[in-house]
Design a protein. Structure first.
Length: 131
């Protein structure tokens, strides 16, 4: 990031733009930015979560799972990390994964400062997978 003269927040914003731009190669460029953020702050929950979700989309589910676990373990009170892992695990069909996802969604709902849109998405997922 120093070579790019970007702060972590600026790099996250740039990566988000690249992912959502619809441009060919955008997600690959975003991955590089997320990796650079990881070099600067290995436990940054946004970079870990967003990198994992891109990797999951391209079939790198094992690596994605490891990154999401690390995001939640290093940042157990981070709404994005909790929702990202829950979303990822919810679709696996594995009972253990669903149990973990429901736990993450419960933790998300209990966060006093969680952004409302993330809580609402978590509630929608919970309604479909949790007892």
């Amino acid at each position: 990031l120093d070579q790019l003269d970007l702060s972590i927040d600026e790099a996250l914003a740039a990566a988000g733009y690249l992912v959502n731009s619809g441009r060919e190669g955008g997600p690959v460029a975003a991955l590089k930015l997320y990796e650079a953020i990881g070099d600067a702050d290995p436990d940054d929950p946004a970079a870990l979560s967003r990198r994992a979700l891109i990797l999951a989309q391209v079939g790198e589910r094992r690596t994605a799972s490891e990154l999401l676990d690390r995001a939640v373990e290093a940042n157990p009170g981070d709404a994005e990390a909790l929702l990202s892992r829950a979303s990822f695990l919810a679709g696996s069909g594995d009972a253990g994964d669903v149990t973990t996802a429901c736990g993450d969604l419960g933790a998300l709902a209990a966060l006093a400062d969680a952004p409302t849109p993330l809580v609402e998405r978590g509630e929608a997922i919970a309604a479909s997978i949790c007892d």
